[in-house]
Design a protein around this ligand. Structure first.
Ligand code: TMP
Length: 247
């Protein structure tokens, strides 16, 4: 295991990083590139997605995203996401962190706040309590919110260019603009944990900003951020959609 691991003052635990953002913000590319870089440095890395990451969670994902299920009401939707979360936290994330892994999760509880509270209009306090309950006290060490602006159209087009829109992608532009705006609000409320990273430019520039946002957790990344050629690898495209879908 490489040095500079974590900042919890506790070398028995790993590092938990969540990636957030509206539709088509490019999460998969940056999770894949970061994951590969960490693995090359000797870290044990686990890439996960929410909802999903467990046998039960993947089934719940299928249900909640299936455009056939137009009957799902906002309250049901909230509990499906929380159920998948409770399972992945207990079954996968907590054990991995106890093994000192770096866990990279494509979405976590900030998505529930953005989509179900700000997007659907459910009570924010209730959603926050449900989030805390399902995540069993676990809070990411760092959350990277990738953003290509508040307007939803470009991201939605990017997210749906390879197939039909899922149930959430099929919500109107207004819904997704509310979600995009919500991530700014949520990030402002938690400046220590959450970093907004602009992702509208070249992927290499975004990748560099992601690493900059992690330097306090992995000090060796500070030596990489000036290395233009290192980040240009991301522009050749092989990092997109390798593991996590719909990024
Ligand atoms: P994605 O991770 O492939 O983007 O798909 C997950 C979809 O589910 C995405 O539209 C965001 C949405 N979502 C919620 O609405 N609430 C949640 O708590 C989570 C984790 C995701």
């Amino acid at each position: 295991m490489a040095s500079g691991f974590g900042q919890k003052g506790n070398d028995k635990e790993g590092v938990f990083i969540s990636f957030e953002g509206g539709e088509g913000a490019g999460k998969s590319t940056h999770i894949n590139f970061l994951s590969e870089t960490l693995e090359e440095r000797g870290y044990q890395v686990l890439r996960l997605r929410e909802p999903g990451g467990t046998s039960l969670g993947e089934k719940l994902r299928e249900i909640v995203l299936d455009a056939v299920h137009q009957e799902i009401v906002a309250e049901t939707e909230l509990f499906i996401y929380e159920a998948a979360r409770a399972q992945i936290v207990a079954e996968v994330i907590k054990p991995a962190l106890a093994q000192k892994a770096v866990v990279l999760c494509d979405r976590f509880f900030d998505s529930t706040l953005a989509y179900q509270a700000f997007g659907r209009g459910l009570d924010r306090d209730f959603v926050e309590r449900a989030n805390a309950f399902a995540s069993q006290g676990l809070v990411p060490d760092r959350t990277i919110v990738l953003s290509c602006g508040k307007a939803a159209r470009t991201g939605l087009e990017r997210a749906t260019k390879h197939g039909a829109a899922d149930r959430l992608e099929g919500e109107g532009e207004d819904f997704h603009t509310r979600v995009n705006e919500a991530f700014f609000t949520i990030a402002q409320a938690c400046p220590e944990r959450i970093r907004m990273v602009e992702s509208a430019d070249l992927k290499s520039q975004t990748a560099r900003r992601v690493f900059e946002a992690l330097v306090d957790l992995f000090p060796w990344m500070g030596g990489l951020v000036a290395d233009k050629a290192f980040f240009e690898k991301v522009d050749v495209g092989r990092y997109g959609n390798k593991h996590c879908d719909g990024g």
